[in-house]
Design a protein. Structure first.
Ligand code: SF4
Length: 159
């Protein structure tokens, strides 16, 4: 069973995605109640408030989240799930929109992701496995760390 209350396998009493801002108040309240009882609320909230997803999420309607984004200058169209997910929790499915590297250059988004994963304490093995890309090998990870992270040249876990 998932720790996410709105996951289908938990059979939530209401499908949060279908609850728009124009829904009857009792449906909105019922959807909010699912979130307020959700063990993942504290993790979910900072993520979905920076994205544009349908329905009630993190206890807020889409309209309430858009108003929050307006007040805080957040532009969800430029934010992907990959960008807002903690490095260690990034899954293979989130990597689909990651651009290919070309011309012998590592794409800056890929480079930044390797550095984020490094800062999160992931080993070179873990990074190479998680990304599963031909352009990200132990040697590449080593190069990126030495080039962009001062003092990383002597880490021991790099082949
Ligand atoms: S807080 Fe987030 S994860 Fe939990 S039920 Fe609400 S939308 Fe789903």
């Amino acid at each position: 069973m998932s720790s996410i209350a709105c996951a289908p396998e938990n059979d939530p009493p209401i499908d949060l995605v279908t609850v728009g801002d124009g829904a009857p108040q009792d449906r909105i309240d019922e959807a909010r109640a699912v979130c307020l009882a959700c063990p993942a609320l504290m993790r979910c909230s900072p993520l979905v408030k920076r994205m544009d997803v349908a329905g009630v999420a993190a206890g807020l309607t889409r309209g309430e989240r858009l108003a929050w984004q307006e007040r805080h200058g957040v532009h969800p169209e430029s934010t992907s799930l990959l960008d807002v997910t903690p490095a260690r929790q990034i899954t293979a499915a989130m990597l689909d929109d990651l651009p290919a590297s070309g011309g012998g250059e590592i794409h800056p988004r890929v480079r930044d992701l390797v550095l984020r994963m490094t800062k999160a304490g992931m080993s070179a093995d873990q990074i190479v496995d998680r990304l599963g890309r031909e352009d990200i090998t132990h040697r590449t990870v080593n190069y990126l760390r030495r080039t962009y992270m001062k003092g990383w040249a002597r880490v021991s876990d790099i082949a």
